[in-house]
Ligand binder design. Sequence first.
Ligand SMILES: Nc1nc2c(ncn2[C@@H]2O[C@H](COP(=O)(O)OP(=O)(O)OP(=O)(O)O)[C@@H](O)[C@H]2O)c(=O)[nH]1
Ligand SMILES: [Mg+2]
Length: 299
Amino acid sequence: MRSGFVGIAGLPNAGKSTLINALMNSKIAIVSDKPQTTRSEIRGIYSCEEGQIIFTDTPGINKPMHRLESRMNKQALDVIRGVDLLFLVVDGSVPFKKGNEVVLSMIENIESPVFLLLNKIDKLTKEEILTNLASWQERFDFAEYFPLSAKFDNNFEALIKTTFEYLPEGDYLYPPELISDDSENFRISELIREKVLICTNQEVPHATAIKIENKEFKRGACYIQAVIVVERKGQKAIIIGKQGSMIKRIGELARKDIEKLLNKKVYLELFVKIEDDWRSKDNKITEYGYGGANSDEFI
Ligand SMILES: Nc1nc2c(ncn2[C@@H]2O[C@H](COP(=O)(O)OP(=O)(O)OP(=O)(O)O)[C@@H](O)[C@H]2O)c(=O)[nH]1
Ligand SMILES: [Mg+2]
């Protein structure tokens, strides 16, 4: 039997969270078309007869604007340095570009092997796949490479099989029936945040945090009260929307997903609160569960 940790890293929007969900065949991580969707490491525990792979999705490497993004980068870097094997997920629909150099510099000196996962090839012709693949391969000695479409492929057998070949011998590290080690409350708060990301634009989704205030199971249903935290008055008005239409929409979309997660009827009540500049406050970032442990070694 083999077991070990596989990090999933890359630039924002490359499709890392889409990939972990596809590999796990379950919604472990939230996904959106906005960059910097993932704010903390998310583990997907894949167990089978051959052993166990602990996939770890990470925040996309970004240019920090606040303490929040610095902590997100630090967390991604900690994962990159600490895993048995790294999947570098890149948006394969465009050739190597300058913005990717920061990613290469991060994997330059790590000891673990790196697989290149050229994602979004559904957008490409065969020739473009070869060209874009070559543009990466000439810059780094990847142990293996896989052109794929995290969104549209449904067979990752070859990737999983090769992954096991690179992992050390060992027993299950987690109980095999577990697929995620995130708390139920954090997964619920992420589903709400995903709907904010989907329904709003520009700065609003990035300035939003979610906090579950209360969760109670009564008579076979789950009653949840959650706060949508924003930084400014104008953002609060956008989240509420005309006559409450936006917050209603966010709530309806989130409730459906939370019902799937809990397999129960859900009553979700949402409130909006302003917390000035929370993205620059370590205690708030930690309270909302983003960016890993507080630490001074930031990039
Ligand atoms: N066409 C296409 N789109 C994809 C594919 N994989 C992901 N996407 C889309 O790319 C966008 C970003 O996907 P995510 O999975 O959230 O990207 P991420 O790398 O986790 O992004 P961050 O969390 O911000 O770092 C979403 O709109 C996805 O639907 C793919 O294989 N093909
Ligand atoms: Mg993500």
